[in-house]
Ligand binder design. Structure first.
Ligand code: FMN
Length: 216
C-alpha cells in the first residue's frame, strides 16, 4: 500500500473548503461516485453497529424540492450528488442481531460464538445507559460518516459542502422517513466548484494549533 505523504495529505485538506457555488454542469463520474459510496460504507462506528442510512439524491426534481427546506441554499440544486445522512431511530435488539448475523456471515463462525458480544451491545445501547440517548448516540456516529465522506471526497478531487442549514423535520416528511424508522441528521452536497466561487481562495480560519491541541 502506498500511503500519502504528509505534504500530499495537507495539500488535499487545504484544497477542501465548504463549497458555496458548485458548477451545475459538472457531474461526478460513476466510478468516483461508487468509490465515495464505498467510503461511506467503510465508515467506522461504535461497536460497528452502523445505525444509519445514506440517501443519495441525484434527481433534480427532488433537489428542487429540498432547496426551500435548506435555507434556500443553492448547493442543494447545483451539486452533482446530494447525500442526506439519516439515523435509524430507536435502535432495537433486532438491529444488533442483524449486525451479529452479518458478522457471522462475513467472518465465518456461528452467531452463538458471538453471543457474549451481542449481549454486551444490547445491554449498553438497547437497555443500558446509552439507550436513554440512543438517537443522540446514533447522530454522533453519523457525523463520523460525514467527516469521512468529506475527507475522502477531497482526496479524490471532489468538492463538498456539509449542510446543517436544513430543516430535518421537513426533510423527514418529504422523504417519508418516520414511516421507515429513519430521521435526517445532516446533509452534504458533492460535486465540483464553480470557477468563480470566491470562497475557494479565502484563507482558512482556524485557531492556532497551540490553542486547540494540547500535548499532555
Ligand atoms: C456540520 C457542518 C454543517 C455546516 N453547514 C453549512 C451549511 O448549511 N451551509 C454552508 O454554506 N456551510 C456549512 N458548513 C460549512 C462551515 O461553515 C465551514 O466548514 C467552516 O466555516 C470551515 O470552513 P472550510 O470548511 O471552508 O474550511 C457546515 C460545516 C459543518 C462541519
Amino acid at each position: 500500500m502506498n500511503h500519502l505523504t504528509t505534504t500530499d495529505l495537507l495539500e488535499h485538506l487545504s484544497w477542501r473548503y465548504a463549497t458555496k457555488k458548485f458548477d451545475p454542469t459538472k457531474t461526478i463520474s460513476a466510478e468516483i461516485w461508487a468509490a465515495l459510496e464505498d467510503a461511506l460504507v467503510l465508515t467506522p462506528s461504535s461497536y460497528g453497529l452502523q445505525p444509519w442510512k445514506f440517501l443519495v439524491v441525484t434527481s433534480q426534481e427532488l433537489q428542487e424540492k429540498l432547496k426551500p427546506l435548506s435555507w434556500g441554499q443553492a448547493q442543494v440544486t447545483d451539486c452533482s450528488h446530494y447525500v442526506i445522512f439519516t439515523i435509524k431511530k430507536n435502535l432495537t435488539a433486532e438491529h444488533v442481531d442483524h449486525f451479529v448475523a452479518r458478522t457471522a456471515e462475513v467472518r465465518g463462525g456461528s452467531v452463538e460464538s458471538i453471543a457474549g458480544y451481542r449481549n454486551m451491545m444490547v445491554g449498553d445501547v438497547i437497555h443500558g445507559a446509552r439507550s436513554l440517548q440512543v438517537n443522540e448516540w446514533a447522530t454522533r456516529q453519523t457525523y463520523i460518516a460525514l467527516g469521512n465522506f468529506m475527507t475522502c471526497a477531497a482526496l479524490l478531487g471532489v468538492d463538498t459542502c456539509p449542510m446543517e442549514g436544513i430543516d430535518p423535520a421537513k426533510y423527514d416528511s418529504l422523504l417519508e422517513l418516520p414511516q421507515k424508522g429513519y430521521a435526517t441528521v445532516v446533509a452534504c452536497a458533492a460535486g465540483y466548484r464553480a470557477e468563480d466561487d470566491k470562497y475557494a481562495s479565502l484563507a482558512k480560519v482556524r485557531f492556532p494549533k497551540a490553542e486547540i491541541v494540547e500535548v499532555l
